[in-house]
Design a protein around this ligand. Structure first.
Ligand code: GCO
Ligand code: MN
Ligand code: MN
Ligand code: MN
Length: 388
């Protein structure tokens, strides 16, 4: 059966199941749940942990005593349920002070305030055991480029991340940063819009080894890109530190739908990639229930995310064991494996280059060969559609 276990490492943000269904056109439709209630419910459903923005737990502007009271009660819920907090992050987008961004704001005071708020939030995350700290630049962007040179924005973001890496090192926290790209919304455009942009940016930091990616299914999809390829690039670079799972249709607003609800085939290839790669971090759902739902619908949503992941994981195992699929793959690979001539993987030498230049290829035969991908993909579809 597809009942989640703690060992599946499913996590949710307090802000995901806690989403009260406010949108730009309508008021909230659900009443807020306490973090403790969320922790207990998620644990009952088989989740492994919860993640939070500072203000999902401690309201903006709370006094030190209030903070401590809240943290104490939250810790008790974690202890009572065995739930963990693998990741924490900062809300640098809700308060009006961040209307022009945080680390990239055109106002130096706002940039410094963002550092202050983030260091406090890092302390909170560390206190609760978080080893991954996410940076989603919600409002690090613009509607017009009239007022800020985007080159300055890039430099400011780098300064902030470098500074905060030093803070974490100085505090001796066991914590890595995971940067989360998104192309737009809530800003007209957001800087560092895709996984590829972030990967390059990381290579320019003072402590690149401390910083990786938190890619999100919906975000690459909003940009019209293949999320599976983006995750592959992060994995290959050793930078998949965390992942946000949800679903999204290209070209729409930021939908954050239940995992695999819109693009089950792409979700399948994603789950297969994650499972085959040995990624052992949390499977975090950054999604929320339809606005039509009451609390019961929220839990149905959460169950659905985890259940679909486990179903797709089973499908991936079937793919790897299916004799017909594997036979076809072997046939497709055979030519490749039988090739005896020179190739790039031999490495470069002047003599080798000459061998490549002299090699006689049967261009006509190579061009005419069918790839059997139609047959293979149909087998995948039939596996997914449940008739295999
Ligand atoms: C979004 C983002 C956020 C972030 C969260 C953690 O599109 O709203 O995905 O949900 O993931 O702020 O940084
Ligand atoms: Mn998102
Ligand atoms: Mn979102
Ligand atoms: Mn996200």
């Amino acid at each position: 059966d597809y009942t989640p276990k703690k060992s599946d490492k499913f996590t949710f943000g307090l802000w995901t199941v806690g989403n009260i269904g406010r949108d730009p056109f309508g008021d909230p439709v659900r009443t807020p749940m306490t973090p403790e209630h969320i922790v207990h419910k998620l644990s009952e459903l088989g989740a492994y942990g919860v993640n939070f923005h500072d203000n999902d737990l401690v309201p903006f502007g709370a006094s030190a005593q209030e903070r401590d009271r809240i943290v104490k009660s939250f810790k008790k819920a974690l202890e009572d349920t065995g739930m963990v907090v693998p990741m924490a992050t900062t809300n640098l987008f809700t308060h009006p002070i961040f209307k022009d961004g945080a680390f990239t704001s055109s106002d130096a005071k706002v940039r410094a305030f963002a550092l202050q708020k983030t260091m406090q939030a890092i302390d909170l995350g560390a206190e609760l055991g978080a080893t991954t700290y996410v940076f989603w630049g919600g409002r690090e962007g613009s509607e017009t480029d009239a007022y800020r040179n985007p080159v300055d924005a890039i430099k400011r973001f780098r300064e902030a991340i470098n500074y905060l890496c030093d803070y974490v090192i100085d505090q001796g926290y066991n914590m890595r940063f995971a940067l989360e790209p998104k192309p737009n919304e809530p800003r007209g455009d957001i800087y560092f819009p895709t996984v590829g942009h972030m990967l390059h940016f990381i290579s320019t930091l003072d402590h690149p080894e401390m910083v990786g990616l938190n890619p999100e299914f919906a975000h690459e999809t909003m940009a019209g890109l293949n999320f599976v390829h983006a995750v592959a690039e992060a994995i290959e670079a050793g930078k998949l530190f965390h992942i946000d799972l949800n679903d999204q249709i290209i070209g729409r607003y930021d939908q954050d739908f239940r995992f695999a609800s819109e693009n089950p085939k792409r979700a399948f290839f994603l789950v297969k990639l994650l499972e085959d790669s040995g990624y052992d971090g949390p499977r975090h759902f950054d999604a929320h229930a339809y606005r039509t739902e009451d609390e019961e619908g929220v839990w149905a949503f959460a169950r659905g995310c985890m259940r679909s992941y486990l179903i797709l994981k089973e499908k991936a195992q079937k793919f790897n064991k299916d004799a017909e699929i594997q036979g076809l793959l072997a046939e497709i690979r055979a030519e490749d494996e039988n090739y005896q001539g020179p190739s790039a993987s031999d490495g470069y030498s002047r003599e080798h280059a000459q061998q490549v230049k002299d090699y006689k290829f049967d261009v006509t035969a190579l061009s005419q060969r069918g790839r059997k991908y139609e047959e293979l993909d149909q087998l995948v579809m039939e596996l997914l559609l449940g008739v295999r």
